[in-house]
Design a binder for this molecule. Structure first.
Ligand SMILES: C[S@@+](CC[C@H](N)C(=O)[O-])C[C@H]1O[C@@H](n2cnc3c(N)ncnc32)[C@H](O)[C@@H]1O
Length: 258
């Protein structure tokens, strides 16, 4: 199922976990005023707009995202040094080579289908000495939301509808290999341990839906989704305490130099 306006708008209200992860990545990138930045998978542009403020009027930020609904929201943020385009990480041909000081990729790489191609594109559009910052879920750690999704989608009623383009969370050694192949030999990867909190199962599922553009349900057809949601809710309820849900997550945070 494609993204919807409702999911895109919903994400702007609940993306504080991704926003904080993005701030952690930005801290490591230590952006200088005047930098030219490309934000890959910018969504509705909350972090992109923040980066525009950090780099100031002498710098600029371009956000790219495949969701026309998210780009439409992003375009409502008008700043002279901020622009947005529909597009994918794997094809940045609208940009010349050696063009950006920084490529910023937050909470997005797992949705990119051809991660190897994308990594090569990041290398192409960066200036020599330019920096690549990536933060996203680690494939070395399976978070509760992945377990619950896999469990429910494997049930008899749903497993005949395989997910067409499932998320791919990279293990550190896979990430290292992609960076090697794209020529990023100078790099540092650290782990950012975070906790995603939600007051209850519905809040957690809404966060997953809006963050994944509806892909929480894999290939399950629309008419079965309310039932699948009910079954996921039952699983979340099992790990809900009187303080709500606390889900541990492990993010891999990469800083690489071209
Ligand atoms: C969880 S959101 C992250 C948005 C934003 N970076 C943030 O940190 O709030 C993931 C975004 O990746 C985008 N996305 C999915 N596939 C992509 C691709 N192939 N190339 C670039 N972005 C993609 C989605 O449309 C979505 O906006």
């Amino acid at each position: 199922m494609a993204d919807t306006e409702e999911l895109a708008k919903g994400y702007t209200f609940v993306n504080n976990t991704q926003y904080d992860a993005g701030l952690f990545l930005l801290q490591r990138l230590n952006l200088a005023p005047g930098s030219r930045v490309l934000d890959i998978g910018c969504g509705p542009g909350d972090l992109t707009a923040h980066i525009a403020d950090v780099v100031g009027e002498s710098g600029s930020v371009v956000g790219v995202d495949p969701s026309k609904e998210r780009i439409a929201l992003a375009l409502e943020r008008t700043r002279p040094n901020l622009s947005f385009y529909e597009g994918i990480a794997e094809d940045l041909s609208r940009f010349p080579s050696d063009n950006f000081d920084v490529v910023f990729v937050n909470s997005t790489l797992h949705w990119v289908q051809d991660q190897s191609m994308a990594m090569k594109e990041f290398g192409r559009v960066l200036k020599s000495g330019g920096r690549l910052g990536i933060s996203g879920g680690s494939g070395d750690f399976v978070a509760a939301h992945e377990k619950i999704k896999a469990d429910v989608l494997s049930r008899e009623l749903y497993r005949i509808y395989p997910e067409e383009s499932p998320p791919k969370f990279l293990k550190q050694h896979e990430l290292e290999s992609l960076l090697d192949h794209a020529g990023f030999s100078e790099r540092e990867i650290v782990i950012n341990n975070i906790v995603k909190s939600a007051k209850d199962a519905d809040e957690m599922i809404d966060w997953l839906d809006t963050s994944s553009s509806g892909k929480t349900y894999g290939g399950i057809p629309l008419h079965l989704r309310p039932r699948a949601r009910g079954e996921m809710k039952t699983e979340w309820d099992k790990i809900t305490t009187d303080k709500g849900i606390r889900m541990e997550m492990e993010l891999l945070v990469t800083l690489a130099v071209k």
